[in-house]
Write a protein that binds this ligand. Sequence first.
Ligand code: C2E
Ligand code: CA
Ligand code: CA
Ligand code: CA
Length: 279
Amino acid sequence: VKHNGKNNYAKFDQHMVHFQQDKRKMEKVLRDALVNQNFVLVFQPQVYARTKRFYGVEVLLRLRTENGTILTPDQFIPIAEAAGLIVPIGAWVIRAACEQGMAWIREGFDPIKISINISGLQLKSIQFLSNVKAILEETGMNPANLTFEITESTIIDQSYAVLNVIEEIRKLGISVAIDDFGISYSSLSVLKNFPIEILKIDKSFVREMVTDEKGYKIVNAIINIAKSLDMKIVAEGVEDSTQLELLDELGCQFIQGYYISRPINEIEIERFLVNRTVM
Ligand code: C2E
Ligand code: CA
Ligand code: CA
Ligand code: CA
C-alpha cells in the first residue's frame, strides 16, 4: 500500500473543519434549548429486587431538536461540558426534577426517591452548592428524597475538592450514589475515602454476570463489599429475569433496567405511583 501522507492530512483537516462546525452548531442548539425549553426529562423506575416494589426514579436528560428528533445525553453532554454549558444545563435538570417531584406530590402521590446525574464539571463549579440550596428552597423539595449520582471517574479526578463538595451535599441531607461502579481502577479507595451511601453497579457487569463465571464472581464481590460497608446497592441495565434473580440471590437490593421499564415520561410514571408493586 502506497501511503500518501499529504492527502491524508488534507482529509484529516477537512474532517476537523466539519467536526468544529458541528460542534459549534451543537453549542448553539444547546444555548437555544436552555432559552426555548427544549430539554426534557425522562424517568426510569428503580424497584426492590425481591418484591419488585417501586422505590424511585433516575432522572435522565433528553434534548428535543427543532425537527422533533430526541437526542440522548451521549450526543450532547460532552459538548455541553466542553462549552461550559453543563453548569446551567445541570442546574436546569435539578430544578426541573424537583419541580416534577413536587408536582407528583400535589397530585396526591406519596413522595418518591429521585436520583439525578451530576457531571464532574458541574460538581466542581463554584455555583454548584448555592444553586442546589436555592432550588431546594424555591421548590420546597425534601432533600431526604434526593440522590445525586456521581461517576466514579469524577470522584477520582479531583479527590480533595470533590470530597468537600460531597460532604456539603450530605450536610444538606441529600444522598450520594457512586455511578458506574467498577469501571475505574481505584474503585476500592473511593469506597474507603468518600461518604457515599449508594453504589450503582454498571450495566456492563450486569450483562456479563450471566454468561461469564468470572463476571458473576466479580458482581458477587462488589455486592459483598458494599454490604459490609452498609451501602445500598442498585444494579443498572437489568434486562431479563435471569439477571434479576441472580442479583437478588446475591443480595442486591434495588434494580433498574429495561426488564422493569425503559425511561418514560412524567405521565407514564404515574402507573408506578398508583400501583407501587410493579409485577
Ligand atoms: P447512566 O447514569 O449510567 O444511566 C444509565 C443509562 O443506561 C441511561 O442511558 C439509560 O437509558 C440506560 N439504560 C437503562 N436501562 C437499561 C437497560 O436495561 N439496558 C441498557 N442497555 N441500557 C439501559 P441514557 O439515558 O442515554 O444516559 C446515558 C448517560 O448520560 C447516563 O448514564 C448519564 O451518565 C448521562 N446523563 C443522563 N442524564 C444526565 C443529566 O441530567 N446530567 C448529566 N450530567 N448526565 C446525564
Ligand atoms: Ca446514573
Ligand atoms: Ca452506567
Ligand atoms: Ca454513565
